[in-house]
Design a protein around this ligand. Structure first.
Ligand SMILES: [Zn+2]
Ligand SMILES: [Zn+2]
Length: 236
């Protein structure tokens, strides 16, 4: 390289660093290329211990009463966080504020929790095409893409699809949520023997994930795990 080019390259690097450097989304401390500073990242509310089936935080890692009384169609759930401040605000920032760097952070935290992923394919919870057009991206797909890279497991966003544009679950009382989701998904593939991980941002009652797991199992899936960023505490 000619000596005369070096100053230009170093100016280029400095501009790049300045453009990438940012402040922590929560406390505004410098956080380099990451959306949160190390201190804020450490304080995010963890779910441990929790029910292995539905990830509801509890006093032990035993299956919770609700899962024993009425087993869901999914086999396991891994949640990185409890859905509480500031995780709720961060998820909103990803979903509605377009802070896509948060998808990478969430994927990284989930990957740490999953430890040894025993699945064949990663699938983001499908968004209805009308909802996708409205938002411009599927936040679950952004997290799933990053997880696929971290785990070295293929992502297939077309494995399932949303066939009904259901009313937002948050607008409904808990007891109506399962009925609202019925027949919401479709899957035209033969998934015989496949172990599938379904990625989503928030798990509340689990009705949506349960219905999607039912659809995948009907198509032959051997095992369905949910990998979610945050799980609501009981009764929220
Ligand atoms: Zn911070
Ligand atoms: Zn449970």
């Amino acid at each position: 390289m000619s000596i005369s080019l070096r100053p230009l390259i170093s100016i280029g690097n400095r501009i790049r660093q300045t453009l990438l450097a940012q402040d922590c989304l929560l406390c505004q401390a410098p956080s380099g290329e990451r959306p949160l500073c190390a201190a804020c990242e450490r304080e995010l509310p963890s779910t441990a211990p929790a029910c292995p089936r539905c990830a509801l935080a509890g006093s032990s890692n035993a299956e919770c009463g609700a899962c024993i009384a009425h087993a869901p169609h999914y086999d396991a759930t891994c949640a990185a966080f409890v859905y509480a401040y500031p995780v709720d605000a961060l998820i909103q920032a990803l979903k509605y504020g377009g802070q896509l760097a948060l998808a990478g952070l969430f994927a990284h935290k989930l990957h740490q929790r999953i430890a040894k992923p025993g699945v064949d394919v990663i699938v983001p919870l499908p968004l209805h095409p009308a909802r996708l057009a409205e938002r411009g991206f599927n936040q679950a797909a952004e997290i799933a893409k990053a997880l696929s890279r971290l785990c070295g497991i293929a992502m297939d966003a077309r494995l399932g699809r949303r066939v009904r544009n259901t009313a937002p679950q948050t607008a409904l009382p808990w007891r109506e949520r399962a009925a609202n989701m019925r027949q919401a998904f479709g899957c035209d593939r033969d998934l015989a023997g496949l172990r599938v991980a379904v990625v989503d941002d928030v798990m509340t009652t689990g009705a949506t994930l349960d219905e999607f797991a039912r659809t995948l199992k009907r198509s032959g899936a051997a095992r369905v795990e949910n990998w979610v960023v945050a799980r609501t505490p009981r009764g929220v």
